[in-house]
Design a protein around this ligand. Structure first.
Ligand code: NAG
Ligand code: NAG
Ligand code: NAG
Ligand code: NAG
Ligand code: NAG
Ligand code: NAG
Ligand code: NAG
Ligand code: NAG
Ligand code: NAG
Ligand code: NAG
Ligand code: NAG
Ligand code: NAG
Length: 350
């Protein structure tokens, strides 16, 4: 009992994987009626797309010794039109499809085609005929349905159906999305990762965005996608700390920085040798944008420092004198407009 059930189930499963099946009528009718009959009871009148299909069809039909034979689904509307298959407008005709001396358009309105299934050398060949003549109908039933393939197009073949998958999908029924290598937070450090998975985890069209923490910069793409072949569109980016331009120790001074590299958040302290005075900040920090918080200081000996102060003082005094003199000269110039040359020479000698 159990075995019978399994056997029955097995047969029905096998049948669902078959491609199209052929059927034929027991009565004759004109081409239009034959097609109508096929469309009512099955999918449509047969369409042949290769010599192999042609031969297979003939092998499935009962032999007939003479006309009428079977209508097939190729036709034309006018004398000068190309023979066209119903359904998808294909114009396939094999090298050996027509019987000898056919199509002859004997009655000048032979716009339909029958297939010979006799035992002569013409077996399996085609003949153009008047569409009003009565012949048997031969039809096919499609096995493909809208649910045959999930993410693809169903293609029928003899004894089989095949799903032609959309890019990014695979499987007998195109039911699985292509997968990319798993990518989670263990693959990316130093920042934040935000992934979306519209179809499946780490699958076709999954997208990850990357952002680095403050003070580090992203090297690589900030957005990668799982492509239709199961590859990420780019490698995972990395975050590297922002670097500040290297600092060197000041003349007659020392430099000590936290950490080895002079990168974001590093603070560097400056000290001067004994007998020297620091001119400027005693420490600077590397900022978010890779710029030190201030300029490097200088170390000056006390003597230099004093001289510097003195020099500064002297410079101030000189500047003051200069300024006063110029102001004075300007006033003089205004009062001597009539003798400019004399004024100039006097200024030079003065
Ligand atoms: C076939 O051709 C006819 C007439 O040119 C057109 O109406 C029809 O849509 C076509 N069918 C297909 C499946 O391309
Ligand atoms: C027409 O349909 C048949 C059967 O589905 C297929 O094999 C053939 O490639 C199609 N031809 C064209 C031109 O689309
Ligand atoms: C053309 O048709 C006539 C009768 O309608 C028939 O006698 C003749 O044999 C046909 N010729 C061919 C080549 O089929
Ligand atoms: C039909 O005729 C062919 C060719 O003579 C032969 O091979 C085949 O067995 C016949 N089929 C039937 C069902 O009689
Ligand atoms: C086919 O037969 C039907 C019914 O017998 C008829 O109405 C129709 O005109 C015929 N068509 C052709 C092209 O002969
Ligand atoms: C289709 O399947 C039938 C039965 O299994 C077999 O006899 C036939 O040769 C097959 N045809 C092709 C073209 O594979
Ligand atoms: C159907 O066709 C597919 C692809 O061409 C092939 O892999 C598969 O084995 C075929 N199945 C049968 C039952 O012939
Ligand atoms: C992420 O890391 C795991 C384990 O370390 C590895 O197997 C996987 O391939 C990595 N993913 C990518 C996209 O490199
Ligand atoms: C990340 O991926 C690795 C393998 O690629 C896996 O072993 C690990 O459990 C995953 N971690 C999380 C949190 O999903
Ligand atoms: C991740 O990205 C999605 C879409 O771009 C957005 O809506 C969401 O807020 C983001 N989540 C985080 C934690 O950034
Ligand atoms: C995958 O993404 C592309 C581009 O963003 C889009 O055109 C396509 O429709 C998506 N495919 C699926 C199956 O969602
Ligand atoms: C930078 O330094 C501040 C204060 O020392 C600390 O709070 C912060 O976490 C540090 N940031 C990084 C990225 O090291």
């Amino acid at each position: 009992m159990k075995w019978t059930l399994i056997l029955l189930l097995g047969i029905s499963l096998a049948e669902t994987t078959l491609g199209w099946t052929y059927s034929y009528s027991e009565t004759t009718m004109n081409w239009t009626m034959a097609r109508q009959w096929c469309q009512t009871s099955f999918t449509d009148m047969v369409v042949i797309q290769s010599q192999e299909e042609n031969d297979y069809l003939v092998s499935q039909l009962p032999n007939r010794s003479r006309s009428p034979y079977y209508w097939i689904g190729i036709t034309k509307a006018h004398k000068n039109e190309a023979w066209t298959w119903i359904g998808n407008n294909s114009t396939w005709i094999g090298e050996h499809s027509w019987a000898a001396n056919e199509p002859n358009n004997n009655h000048s309105t032979e716009f339909c085609v029958e297939i010979y299934v006799n035992r002569s050398p013409n077996r399996g060949k085609w003949n153009d005929e008047k569409c009003a003549n009565p012949k048997y109908a031969v039809c096919y039933r499609a096995q493909c349905s809208s649910t045959s393939c999930e993410r693809g197009r169903c293609q029928e073949t003899i004894n089989n159906t095949t799903c032609l998958c959309e890019p990014g999908f695979k499987g007998d029924r195109c039911e699985t999305a292509e997968q990319c290598p798993v990518l989670n937070h263990t693959n990316f450090s130093g920042g934040r990762m935000n992934c979306s998975h519209p179809i499946g985890p780490h699958s076709y069209n999954s997208t990850c965005e990357f952002r680095c923490d403050e003070g580090s910069q992203l090297i690589g793409e900030d957005r990668i996608r799982c492509d239709h072949s199961g590859q990420w569109t780019a490698s995972i980016p990395v975050c590297t700390a922002v670097e500040c331009p290297p600092l060197s120790r000041p003349d007659n001074g020392y430099l000590s920085c936290s950490g080895g590299n002079q990168v974001f958040n590093t603070t560097c302290h400056f000290k001067c040798q004994l007998g020297h005075l620091i001119i400027g900040l005693s420490s600077v920090t590397c900022g978010v944008s890779g710029v030190w918080s201030g300029p490097r200081p200088a170390c000056a000996s006390y003597k230099q420092a004093l001289l510097g102060v003195a020099g500064c003082g002297a410079f101030s005094i000189l500047s003051c004198i200069c300024f006063c003199w110029m102001k004075h000269r300007k006033r003089k110039k205004v009062s001597q407009v009539r003798q400019p040359e004399e004024a100039t020479s006097s200024a030079v000698s003065g």
